[in-house]
Design a protein around this ligand. Structure first.
Ligand SMILES: [Zn+2]
Length: 339
């Protein structure tokens, strides 16, 4: 019942929260793995020096301790560490760096209402994940230097580069994974040509955990749905009869499901049952006496898929090809020095 109450509150606030769904990887940041890092040795790469354009561009970053000015390269290092495992291919890391830089520049031109005085923040539920140095030491341990250098290299190699559309930085949202096709921005009210749906190479064989399952007891299902849709008819009888047709959108994700005579959107169900994406099926398992969501992918599905980028990189694509694929119609541009 607690979940149902929480969910009712969420429904009321849905219109307010919708912009948050457009954060880069809401519910979809790729978890850090622990494989070996390949990359340049710290001593060798340290000679390359800082990224000059990024070093001269100062962002106002809203942190837990208040607003703080920091250079773009410092912001990017910690955001990149927060958003993509350091063991991902270097070309995927470069693509991620460009996406993060584009996103920061986009909001530098139009601050979010959640932090009107700052360009960007360190919260993954608002802007992008950001991990401070102390936490990175804890996370990476003895591999700290090697991993930090690999990320810094990706930032240096893309120094000042961002994606532009109509000569302005783009809203380069991204997500962890999509099973075959990314989501179109217009599904979430973002009619932007560079957020159109494109193919993505992930399969259950190439991305572990791409498919997930969520089982919900009929009691919990009933409480959650009635909490948000009190007119739904979910009384007694066979729970299988509670479910009506499922409507899919053009990318195969759930547009809506008829439940107890009410149309419930895929987005609502995702929030209600903490599903990893709106790419799911829903059925009643009579033997197990539970509703079963079979979910593919992780995240809102728009823009670049991080796992897809990594697979493209492993297949030989460089970061410019990855970005051109996931953000069609954009132009890879370079920031002017010391704006
Ligand atoms: Zn923010």
């Amino acid at each position: 019942m607690k979940r149902a109450i929480w969910y009712s509150a969420f429904t009321v606030a849905l219109a307010f929260l919708l912009p948050l769904l457009l954060t880069p990887a809401r519910f979809g940041a790729v978890p850090e793995a622990e494989p070996e890092v390949s990359g340049k040795a710290p001593a060798e790469a340290a000679e390359a020096g800082p990224a000059p354009l990024d070093a001269s561009l100062i962002l106002t970053v809203h942190t837990e301790d208040g607003d703080r000015d920091m250079a773009m390269d410092e912001y990017l290092l910690h955001a990149l560490a927060g958003e993509m495992p350091a063991d991902f291919d270097s070309e995927a890391l470069k693509a991620q760096a460009v996406a993060l830089r584009s996103y920061a520049l986009y909001y530098r031109e139009r601050h979010k209402a959640t932090h009107p005085e700052a360009d960007i923040c360190t919260s993954p539920s608002c802007c992008a994940a950001w991990i401070g140095d102390e936490a990175l030491h804890e996370r990476w341990g003895e591999k700290y230097e090697l991993r930090r250098e690999k990320l810094e290299q990706a930032i240096r190699d893309t120094d000042g580069q961002y994606l532009a559309w109509q000569s302005s930085p783009v809203l380069a949202v991204f997500h962890a994974s999509s099973a075959g096709t990314t989501e179109a921005g217009e599904s979430l009210g973002m009619v932007l040509p560079y957020l159109s749906s494109v193919s993505s190479p992930e399969t259950p064989e190439t991305v572990s955990g791409l498919n997930t399952t969520v089982e919900v007891s009929p009691e919990e299902f009933q409480a959650c749905v009635l909490g948000a849709f009190p007119d739904a008819k979910l009384d007694g009888g066979d729970p299988a009869a509670w479910l009506g047709p499922i409507a899919l959108n053009a990318t195969g994700r759930v547009e809506s499901v008829e439940i107890g005579g009410q149309s419930v959107s895929g987005l609502t169900l995702r929030q209600m049952f903490t599903l990893r994406s709106t790419d799911f099926s829903l059925s009643w398992d009579a033997a197990g006496k539970s509703f079963v969501f079979r979910v593919s992918g992780y995240g809102h599905g728009m823009g670049m898929s991080q796992h897809g980028a990594n697979l493209m990189a492993k297949g030989g694509a460089d970061y410019t090809e990855i970005l051109a694929h996931y953000y069609p119609d954009t132009v890879l541009s370079t920031a002017a020095e010391a704006e």
